[in-house]
Each structure stands twice: as C-alpha cells, then as structure tokens.
Design a protein around this ligand. Structure first.
Ligand code: ARG
Length: 460
C-alpha cells in the first residue's frame, strides 16, 4: 500500500476520504489559476536564466503552462480534489501534457512561496480594480455635488436639525471619506507588491536563484527580505481587508442617509425605480432595497476581517496550513466591495433631489440660531451671553409656535438692544450658509473650490 499524491513518497497508506475533503482547497483556490501560471512561467524562466533548467526544458514548460491557461479559460479543464489545490492540479496536468520535464518546474520552489506569490498577484489586481471603481463612484458623486452647490438642507447633529448646510457640501463629506479610502488602498498596494518566491518552503533554496529577475518579470517592486516572513505572514491580506471594511462602513453610512432621505418622513430625494424594489403584499411600496443591501453588506466585510485576524493570531513561524483559510474571506470581501462600488456609482445619477423639501426642513428647528448669537458677538456681546439671549429668543418662538425669522424686530430687540434690521439677512438660510465662507466651510463659493480640488485629485 502506498499513496499516489505528489507528496506521497514517504506515506504507507492512502489519505482518508474525509481528510481529502477536509484539506482540499481547489474548489476555491482555482480562482487563482492565472496568477499561479504567471508565477510558474516567471519561475521557470528564472531557472533557465541561472542554468538550472536548459532552454528547451523551459520552453516546453512555458508552452505547456500556456496551453493549460487557455484550456482553463475555456472551461476545458477538469479539476481534481484529490490533487488538493490549484498548484498541484496545474503541475500534474503539465507533466501529463509535456512528460517528465514538467516535474522539474517545482525545483527551488515550494507551494508555500507559490501561494504567497499567487495571492499577492491576485490582490494587486483586486486593489487596482477597487481603486478604479472608487474613482468612478467619486466622479458620479462630484457631479451630484456640483449640481447641488446652492441647495440648502438641514445639517444634523444627533439627527436633530443643527445648522443649514448645502447638499453639495454634504456630498463632499462623503467624497472626503472615499478619497481617504483610495489613499489607503494605494498605500496598501505598495506593501502587496513584493515578491515572496525564492523563500521556498521557509528557509530559501540551495540553488543559485535570481530573485530580481523573477520580480521584474512579475512586476513586483521589491523582494521579500526574510524567507520565514515571506511564506508566513498574511498582513497584506489583513490590511486590504481592513481598508475594505472601512470603505464598506463608509458606503453603509452613505446608504443609510439615502434610505432616510427617501423615507416618507424626509422626502428629500427619490432614487430611480431601477434601483428600488416593491413589496409582494403592499402595492404602494417603493423600497430602497439596493441601499439597504449596501448597508447590510458591510457586515460581511467586517466579519471577513475578524476571520482573517483570528486566523493569523497565534500562528508560529513559518508557514501553517491555517493560512489556506485566508482565501474565501478575502475573495468574498473583494467581490463584495467591487459589486457595492459599481451599484452605488450606477445608482447615484438616478437620484432626484427635492430641493424645496430640503429647504423647508432647514427652516424648521431654529437652524440659524447660532447665526443670531454670532451676530451679537460681532456687536461686542461675549459669546456665552449671546448664547443665553438667543436661547431665550428660541424659547419665546417655541411658545408662540413661530420661526426665528417670524419674530418682529421690536420683540427681538427686547432680548438684546444691539439687534438691528440687518439681522434678517443673517437669519436667512442662504445668508447663514454663505457666511461660512472659509476653507472647509459650507458656503457655495467654498464648495465650488472644494469640488475643483477633488476633481484635480482624480486621475485624468
Ligand atoms: N493550499 C495551501 C494554502 O492555501 C497552499 C500551500 C500548501 N502548502 C503546504 N505545505 N501544505 O495555503
């Protein structure tokens, strides 16, 4: 009795079928085939460059791998769980196709540095994809901000009307969050783009390899400088997963606001029919399900991050099979983030804004009370005294059920003699908004400048 696995030489028994099912990863890591083949081709060329393989052997391997890639692409490849993972499936097929020379490919390499390489190639591309989609979303949001530069709405704290802002300014707050998300992914990419190959199983290899040559072929900007670390840490996966979670939290917050704004109570916006769904029982309903799913899917990304962190914690150096469990969470996160970015970018242009509802809501709740206090301060009243006086004005309005601007000048003056008729400009929504005219403020002039800055930060 022996074992027919590629590693079966020292085994006296067949693998238990439960163990085969339990340990296999090909059912999900076959998604890495392109990167696996790309890495193998670069490795074979390097081996030929340094004289470990002769030219003909390298050519046969590269040619064989290319035909395998083509067949997989055309769904013309049969994956076998018996061969555990994407690496051994492809290697076994290579030997099947080109004969014994295929068995030379794994010289000076281990699946440990191979999977770390595959994963880095995969994640580099995933990050580029995410960055591209982020840019697309940022562009659509900038268009929305641009058309709502002058639209007054209530700004909230504690979800209570606080001070008037413009919708353009509010949307720019989302853009600031997303710009930082883009920066985080770009920074993570630098740390992803490092070559692990050459670390072999954990200690390096006895062959005179040229890692620089391999790195250049694969477009890596650097080479992992410790073989133990190269095969063991998955911090680059965790980092991306953390950035993705934060991005998803931002998308969730945006979605939450869209949901509130579309509700009957707010009626600030209406999302296009194509991005809403109906109820199977209540014929009148138009539900913001897409936005709700955007909010809900953040749970997945956060869960995946916790899985990845937990997976890494407590692993001794160097490679451990635990790391096989990193694939499904990161694949799921990448897929989720890409889908969410695409759907939100497509939904934003369908949003129609109910400007008069927003304006009406801003006129409730004494949103310009701070402006009255600031006015008094400019007349020399200390801010705390001004605050006290305006508090009394608000109480009087509340008792009469009127707005600040409904109060006649003589009644206002009873609260403070320095109030004059020029106060009414300050108490208007437009006056309040345009008075906040400094870098980062909500005045339309500032919002226009901020939009220009954001546009300049996008790739042309
Ligand atoms: N499927 C493994 C993973 O995802 C590949 C490396 C396996 N190496 C090993 N020595 N068992 O991490």
């Amino acid at each position: 009795m022996s074992n027919d696995k590629p590693w079966g030489g020292r085994f006296g028994e067949e693998t238990h079928e439960l163990v085969e099912d339990f340990t296999e990863s090909v059912s999900f890591d076959k998604a890495l085939y392109r990167y696996d083949i790309q890495g193998s081709i670069a490795h074979a060329r390097m081996l030929s460059q340094v004289g470990v393989l002769i030219r003909e052997e390298c050519d046969a391997i590269v040619e064989g791998l290319n035909t395998i890639a083509r067949d997989i692409e055309q769904d013309n490849f049969s994956w076998s769980a018996r061969l555990e993972d994407v690496h051994m499936n492809i290697e076994a097929e290579l030997t099947e196709r080109i004969g014994d020379v295929g068995k030379k490919l794994h010289t000076a390499r281990s699946r440990n540095d191979q999977i770390a390489t595959d994963l880095r190639l995969y994640l580099r591309e995933a990050v580029d994809n995410i960055l591209e989609r982020l840019v697309e979303l940022r562009r659509t949001l900038l268009d929305l901000a641009e058309s709502e530069v002058e639209t007054v709405m209530p700004g909230f704290t504690h979800l209570q009307v606080a001070q008037p802002v413009t919708l353009g300014h509010h949307v720019l707050a989302w853009l600031s969050m997303l710009e930082r998300d883009s920066q985080r992914f770009s920074e993570a990419r630098v740390r992803i783009n490092i070559l692990p190959l050459g670390a072999a199983a954990l200690a390096g290899t006895t062959f005179g390899i040229d890692r620089q040559y391999t790195a250049e072929q694969l477009g890596f900007d650097g080479i992992a400088d410790n073989s133990l670390d190269a095969v063991s840490d998955r911090d680059f996966v965790i980092e991306c997963s953390a950035h993705a979670s934060l991005l998803m939290v931002h998308l969730s917050r945006i979605a939450e606001e869209l949901i509130l704004w579309q509700s009957e109570a707010y009626k600030f916006i209406e999302i296009g029919d194509a991005f809403c769904t109906g109820s199977s029982i209540m014929p009148q309903k138009k539900n913001p399900d897409v936005a709700e799913l955007l909010r809900g899917k953040s749970g997945r990304a956060i869960g995946n991050l916790v899985s990845l962190l937990t997976l890494m914690k407590g692993q001794p150096l160097a490679y451990n099979r635990d790391n096989q469990e990193d694939k499904e969470p990161i694949f799921d996160t990448v897929k989720t983030v890409c889908a969410c970015l695409a759907v939100l970018a497509a939904m934003v242009p369908t949003i129609s804004v109910n400007r008069s509802r927003m304006r009406d809501a801003a006129s409730q709740g004494f949103a310009t009370a701070t402006d009255l206090a600031d006015y008094l301060v400019r007349k020399g009243v200390p801010f705390r005294d001004a605050h006290e006086a305006v508090g009394k004005v608000v109480a009087e309005c509340l008792a009469d059920g009127i707005a600040l601007t409904d109060l006649a000048l003589d009644r206002l003056r009873q609260h403070h003699a320095s109030i004059d008729s020029d106060i009414f400009d300050m108490l208007s929504l437009e006056g309040s908004v345009s008075a906040r005219n400094h870098l980062g403020g909500t005045a339309p002039e500032q919002v226009r400048a901020a939009i220009a800055r954001h546009r300049a930060n996008l790739p042309s």
